[in-house]
Design a protein around this ligand. Structure first.
Ligand SMILES: [Zn+2]
Length: 315
């Protein structure tokens, strides 16, 4: 096939979105199915019978009388936005390849910038937690990468001041095609940091290729096989086949974030990186984005404003 199958997939049209999730009732029903696929379960005691207080869309447990709703205890908790607005937001955030800025989202949804910012960051948090819970497997290309700094005339390269370091990892299959990627903000490239990161983010069966930076053998702490290819730096090293994908992906994520957001608050870099990875990792299934993200969102705990605005710790 000459056409790129990822780019030419149909995805979910706006018309389909509105016919599936265009009303409050449809959104409520969808959240209910994602939260309780096998029927109601009391989040307090686990009992499976409830009576519905339909005027307030609350469910009262028949055993412990705890009252709950489809959104309480989830990332949607305490929202003042209509559920339809959330669904439209999820659509607009997940469908375009390069994401959508909070400003653009504000225009499209017709809500305040603050409300849109909170929605966007909550959705990005869901994406981050989801991907962070799934270790990468297969052959891994690993590299050190840096966000920011370039435009202030600072020195280039490793460890330059003003740059935010992040680990870049791409998993490839036997044909050498990328299957998944993970970008994780860290405080610096030390062996212990890489070891901790690998224990969380890599399957023990991974075969990891990196350059000769002396922190990378840290991946062995996770049981992985590590191979260092000493490139000696310089432009020719970029062309090494072993690092083709990792170099491409680092370039893509930087272009994507620069292009869509112009400037981002570096405190929140981990979420922006996670958002890019989440869409990349599911790029063949654009149509399923809404149910998949929705399913995870009702399993993601609430994120109070205070936490949303804090600088994120790596991990
Ligand atoms: Zn109960």
């Amino acid at each position: 096939m000459a056409r790129n199958q990822t780019q030419f997939q149909k995805g979910l049209s706006l018309t389909q979105l509105l016919s599936k999730y265009g009303t409050k009732e449809q959104c409520h029903h969808a959240l209910y199915k994602w939260r309780w696929p096998d029927g109601f379960v009391c989040p307090h005691c686990g009992h499976t019978h409830c009576c519905e207080i339909s005027t307030r869309q609350l469910y009262q447990c028949s055993s412990c009388h705890h009252q709950t709703s489809v959104i309480s205890g989830t990332i949607f908790a305490a929202t003042k936005l209509p559920l339809r607005t959330w669904f439209l937001g999820i659509y607009l955030v997940t469908q375009p390849k390069n994401g959508i800025s909070a400003l653009e989202l504000m225009r499209q949804l017709g809500i305040t910038y603050n409300a849109v910012w909170r929605m966007k960051h909550k959705l990005m948090q869901v994406m981050k937690e989801r991907d962070d819970s799934k270790p990468l497997a297969g052959n891994i290309q690993l590299d050190d990468a840096y966000w920011g700094g370039e435009r202030q005339g600072g020195k280039r390269g490793r460890g330059a001041p003003g740059k935010s370091p992040f680990i870049a990892a791409v998993a490839t299959n036997e044909q050498g095609h990328p299957t998944a990627m993970r970008l994780t903000r860290i405080n610096g490239f030390r062996k212990e940091t890489i070891a901790q990161w690998a224990q969380k983010h890599l399957d023990a069966t991974c075969v990891v290729v990196s350059d000769g930076l002396n922190c990378f053998p840290g991946v062995k702490a996770a049981g992985c096989v590590h191979e260092a290819i000493v490139t000696g730096g310089g432009p020719s090293s970029v062309n090494l086949e072993a690092f083709t994908w990792i170099n491409t992906m680092i370039g893509n994520v930087k272009n994507s974030i620069h292009g869509s957001y112009h400037a981002i608050n570096e405190r929140h870099l981990p979420r922006y990186l996670a958002e890019f990875c989440y869409r990349f990792n599911r790029r063949y299934k654009l149509e399923d984005m809404i149910p998949r993200l929705g399913y995870v969102a009702v399993r993601t705990p609430p994120m109070p404003n205070r936490l949303l605005k804090l600088a994120e710790v790596w991990g």
